[in-house]
Design a protein around this ligand. Structure first.
Ligand code: NAD
Length: 372
């Protein structure tokens, strides 16, 4: 198969769909790989790195879209990219179609087959191609939160780990899933006093079994949540209700009960955020003040550490990318129901029920699409 990897063109996107190592593996499987010039530069990979791996460098995205059997990317294709997709071409990337009717219309019109990273599943019911980005965002949250807590940034001026004779920062993490667990581990590693709130008892049992030396757990009733938030120097929002907007757990009125200069890092902002006062910010202008509480609400946190994020994403996508290339999408999806769950679009038809429901479009069952 001829695998193509264009440079990402969405503003502020520095990741790339294939690392040189992933390209090398695909080539070792007998495939050819073309990468757009400077495609990996934002993640610290030069054209020479790809050439050393055996890939070919193309000057333009147009050359890649015109010739590749499979396009591997990070972000959803932008309008100019969608115009270049062809019938029968395979697209493997994040799509997030449910809130995006324009993109859905264009993908259907293109006749391509599109497999979305975010809906590929695993045996334990997880989302293996979303998890690496949650791990990154979770580990980054205390790092940006500690910066936000600094006096010059409007914060309380509290050091995460304290010093001998001065207590550590109190960090409260709401939601103990992938983001929350990684956030809590890093905050604890920085010496903070950390409590994780969640509504799932099995999840809290797991966290308590594995991490009881590092942080405490507490049931996320409304009463417990506001009590902990009142005492916190930093609150990290990490809840997720699959397929729904994040629940608003702290109202604007409740902000006034928090310590002045406390920091909120609302990682769940990509689902609307779990604080009433959260609004999405960018890496250029990441924090803002509401009633003396500093908010960090960057919707694409992994972009701040594009190199780590690219390698983590590529590690997770590589086995699927190789299966698609080795067997073709039909056989690969027939052999792996979890990869089939990633199928969102095939030959002008939508094949993912939740997207169809959100956009009011008829859906062809993915099993039937395999036979179409
Ligand atoms: N901003 C970013 O750059 C970025 C990056 C990655 C992930 N995210 C977002 O972070 C959020 C968390 O992702 P995840 O991968 O950790 O999800 P996850 O499903 O692994 O964890 C979510 C946790 O929230 C808990 N929860 C649900 N409702 C709750 C409530 N009312 N109170 C307390 N806990 C509750 C669940 O029990 C679960 O343990 C998602 O919205 C995800 O989209 C954002």
């Amino acid at each position: 198969m001829h695998i193509g990897c264009p440079k990402e063109i969405k503003p502020q996107e520095f990741r790339v769909g294939l690392t040189p190592n992933a390209a090398r593996e695909a080539i070792a499987h007998g495939h050819t790989v073309t990468v757009q010039t400077q495609g990996g530069v934002g993640a610290g990979f030069s054209d020479e790195d790809y050439i050393d791996a055996g890939a070919v460098i193309a000057e333009t995205a147009a050359e890649i879209f015109a010739t590749a059997d499979m396009i591997v990317k990070v972000k959803e294709p932008q309008p100019v990219e969608r115009a270049m997709l062809r019938e029968g071409q395979l697209l493997f990337t994040y799509l997030h179609l449910a809130p995006d009717p324009e993109q859905t219309k264009d993908l259907l019109a293109s006749g391509c087959t599109a497999i979305a990273y975010e809906t590929v599943t695993d045996r334990s019911g997880g989302l293996p191609l979303l998890a690496p980005m949650s791990e990154v965002a979770g580990r980054l949250a205390p790092q940006v939160g500690s910066w936000t807590l600094q006096k010059a940034n409007g914060g309380r001026g509290v050091l995460m780990g304290g010093v001998p004779g001065v207590g550590p920062a109190k960090v409260v993490v709401i939601g103990g899933g992938v983001v929350g667990t990684h956030a809590a581990r890093v905050a604890a590693g920085m010496g903070a006093d950390v409590t994780v709130l969640d509504r799932s008892l099995p999840r809290m049992r797991y966290l308590d079994d594995v991490f009881s030396r590092d942080f405490k757990t507490m049931y996320a009733s409304a009463g417990n949540t506001i009590e902990m938030v009142r005492e916190a120097d930093m609150v990290i929002g990490a809840v997720l209700i699959p397929g729904a907007a994040a629940p608003k757990l702290i109202s604007r009125a409740q902000l006034s009960e928090m310590k002045p200069g406390a920091a909120i890092v609302d990682v769940a902002i990509d689902q609307g955020g779990c604080f009433e006062t959260s609004k999405a910010t960018t890496h250029q202008d990441p924090i803002y003040d509401v009633d003396g509480i500093m908010h960090y609400c960057v919707a694409n946190m992994p972009g701040a550490v594009a190199r780590t994020s690219t390698i983590a994403l590529s590690n997770a996508t590589m086995p699927f990318m190789l299966a698609l290339a080795d067997k073709g999408w039909r056989q690969a999806c027939e052999d792996d129901e979890h990869l089939l769950n990633g199928l969102n679009v095939h030959a002008g038809q939508l094949t993912y029920y939740a997207v169809g429901k959100a956009l009011g479009i008829d859906v062809l069952s993915p099993q039937l699409a395999l036979k179409a």
